[in-house]
Design a protein around this ligand. Structure first.
Ligand code: SF4
Length: 342
């Protein structure tokens, strides 16, 4: 049975026509799912029993299960169980401009970035759109406040699950549903070039972030195996093309790893690399974990790095530290759960 949250509004209209019902039933259903947030079809007051039975014979409304939740200041980390018992994570971050949810797109990840806990958990499968939508919807239900921003930056490489991620984006954007503006959605990739090209041809203006994490191929290939396939100069070329075409600013994520990518020399190299590119750099303090040997750069090194970028006219911010004490780096809660489980 197909999960109802997998459908776009147009697909639901086609579904109702296929069961000899009127198209407007789809809009009613969308309203109950995303605005009134019903738990099941039997709560839909505008449907009679026959219609409810007809729909529920074809569509399921199964949700995810929240199996763990860790809260700290402005952050809540959720561990969800999927219907097949696999587990994924999502993180809620409360900002002054609204509530943002960082979602996972796969169970595990095959990209193998050496500093990332998710990279140690091989991909088991891709998530379906409904499993991404429910991460947002269930957090909204849990905190009883609207989610205004979505960041596609949790477990998984979104461009390794391209079609489902694009469908997810379209469904959460629907003004009759969750109504999250395209400009309030950010997708982060480790740099899968053919998919960046496909993405720039889409008819929407979703923000793009690149997990760069190093200014040279020597360092990047050591910490991100994908760099051996798509190197920095190829990524920069496609990003220039992306900016020309979309006129949008690109974010470069840069996790600060002590003595790996955080020296003055690397700050200068990064400044040169980004010269003339409409972008900004997000410096991220690394969340150390017991399973991985990389260390977090100290504050002094991060500030020196930041100053060099600033002096060289690179737009740069240091990401506000959210959730360090609750394992908020991607994959950390999930892998901890599995360790405790063993
Ligand atoms: S950083 Fe992202 S792409 Fe790299 S292994 Fe982790 S989840 Fe995958």
């Amino acid at each position: 049975m197909i999960n109802v949250y997998n459908y776009t509004l147009k697909e639901l209209e086609d579904f109702f026509l296929s069961i000899n019902e009127k198209k407007y039933r789809a809009q009613q259903l969308y309203d109950f799912l995303y605005n009134k947030k019903v738990n099941n079809l039997f709560e839909i007051t505008t449907y009679n029993k026959d219609l409810i039975n007809k729909v529920s014979n074809n569509l399921s409304t199964d949700k995810l299960i929240i199996v763990d939740k860790k809260e700290s200041n402005d952050t809540i980390k959720y561990l969800f169980e999927l219907n097949d018992k696999n587990k994924i994570e999502a993180v809620l971050m409360k900002h002054s401009y609204g509530n943002s949810v960082c979602i996972s797109t796969q169970v595990g990840c095959n990209m193998g970035c050496l500093f990332c806990e998710s990279g140690t958990l091989k991909k088991v499968r891709d998530l379906e759109p409904y499993e991404m939508i429910l991460q947002v919807l269930m957090i909204e239900l849990d905190i009883k406040t609207r989610i205004s921003h979505v960041v596609i930056m949790g477990i998984g490489e979104p461009f390794d699950n391209y079609d489902s991620v694009i469908k997810f984006i379209r469904i959460i954007n629907d003004s009759k549903g969750l109504n999250i503006g395209f400009r309030h959605i950010t997708l982060s990739t480790c740099g899968i070039i053919p998919k960046i090209k496909k993405f720039m041809a889409e008819d929407f203006q979703v923000n793009l972030a690149i997990s760069l994490h190093a200014p040279s191929d020597i360092i990047r290939s050591k910490i991100m195996p994908i760099n051996k396939v798509y190197n920095i100069s190829d990524i920069m070329n496609v990003i220039r093309e992306y900016i020309d075409k979309t006129n949008r600013r690109v974010t470069f994520e840069y996790v600060m790893l002590y003595n790996i990518n955080d020296s003055k020399h690397e700050a200068l190299e990064l400044s040169k690399l980004l010269k003339g590119i409409n972008s900004y750099v997000n410096l991220i303090a690394y969340n150390e974990t017991s399973n991985i040997n990389y260390k977090r750069s100290d504050k002094k090194r991060i500030l020196e790095f930041y100053d060099i970028l600033k002096k060289n006219k690179v737009n740069v911010t240091i990401r506000r530290e959210l959730g360090r004490d609750i394992d908020a780096a991607c994959g950390q809660l999930r892998s901890k759960y599995y360790e405790e489980d063993l």
